[in-house]
Design a protein around this ligand. Structure first.
Ligand SMILES: Nc1ncnc2c1ncn2[C@@H]1O[C@H](COP(=O)(O)OP(=O)(O)O)[C@@H](O)[C@H]1O
Ligand SMILES: [Mg+2]
Length: 309
């Protein structure tokens, strides 16, 4: 029996998802016979951790603070071993611009993009570069904040007139945004557990509309297929790319890599890596583990075993 603190909630926009992940993790830890304390992460986090004195912390947080290395740094400072990736991998995964630049340097295919912070627009006249960017990326183009998850703030701009509004929306989530080439194709996710790629999951939106934040968490609005129905070599290539990204970004224990499979060219490109993917009833990592014969409790047990400082 280990005394495990489950860190959940927090103040990120993905708080609700994290609360669901957290409860599900707590239930599994109970079944595994651990001594579980749940901590809704807030101002008193350090005090609570000192008071509860856990042997390990299970980080079931998503988005800002919990997935970007901030909480991990505190756990390092308190010398509490924790689940998932370390500080540096969290930093690299949480920022899509950092992650994509690493991929570019390593020759891992990722959709073409340009990234700017607010200063570039306010003080360097970045808006004047938009026509050149639009020409290079074509329409529709995708505008997204560098630092969010769960499709928050992502907009597809169908034409020049939609770009400014999409940028304003993306900047409302953070001070760095990217404009990315749109890939028409299939939405794939490869989860990795302890350096091994799990079966590929395909997210098939049931409606014509963009796969948005609500669609992702409302059961029935997106259909998930696992293992994805793909030619063997495409599955193998998606898994190989995911492992390359895992190594490149320095992930540990588990992660989920999101990819697109282009309809026209059959090319696979990597969109992003998630250091702490969801653990809810509808989440893709548990689904992929299940397809590999690893039930939820076993998945949680393995993640706990891999906890580190
Ligand atoms: N360049 C793109 N082309 C086509 N679809 C995209 C593109 N970027 C994102 N999407 C869609 O938006 C979803 C979320 O994008 P992603 O980059 O994974 O961000 P996050 O999951 O962190 O919100 C993707 O799964 C995909 O459906
Ligand atoms: Mg994603």
């Amino acid at each position: 029996m280990t005394r495990v603190a489950v860190l959940k909630g927090g103040r990120s926009l993905e708080r609700q998802v994290s609360l669901k992940s957290g409860v599900r993790v707590q239930e599994a830890l109970h079944r595994l016979g651990h001594d579980v304390v749940a901590i809704d992460v807030g101002h008193d986090l350090v005090r609570r951790l000192r008071g509860e004195d856990p042997e390990i912390a299970f980080v079931a947080l998503h988005g800002r603070d919990g997935e970007d290395g901030t909480v991990q740094e505190l756990l390092e400072a308190l010398a509490i071993p924790y689940t998932g990736s370390g500080v540096s991998a969290c930093i690299r995964c949480a920022d899509k611009v950092i992650a994509k630049n690493h991929m570019l340097d390593a020759g891992i295919p990722t959709p073409d993009f340009f990234a700017f912070n607010e200063t570039a627009f306010k003080e360097l006249g970045a808006a004047d570069a938009l026509p050149a960017i639009e020409q290079r990326l074509g329409f529709p183009l995708v505008v997204k904040p560098a630092g969010q998850g769960s499709a928050l703030g992502i907009k597809f701009a169908a034409s020049v007139t939609e770009v400014p509004g999409a940028l304003v929306a993306a900047f409302s989530y953070g001070d760095k945004v990217l404009l990315e080439r749109h890939v028409r194709g299939r939405d794939l996710a490869v989860s990795v557990l302890d350096g091994e790629a799990l079966p590929v999951v395909e997210a098939v939106p049931t409606e014509e509309a963009f796969y948005d934040f609500e669609a992702r968490y409302e059961i029935g609005r997106t259909r998930f297929v696992c293992p994805a129905e793909l030619p063997e070599e495409v599955t193998a290539r998606a898994q190989e790319l995911a492992l390359q990204v895992w190594d490149l970004l320095g992930c540990r224990a588990f992660a989920r890599i999101d990819l697109m499979l282009a309809d026209e060219t059959g090319e696979l490109t990597v969109l992003e890596a998630n250091a702490i993917p969801g653990m809810t009833e509808t989440s893709l990592l548990p689904m992929a583990a299940e397809a590999a014969g690893i039930g939820f409790d076993e998945l949680i047990a393995r993640i706990v075993q891999l906890a580190h400082l």
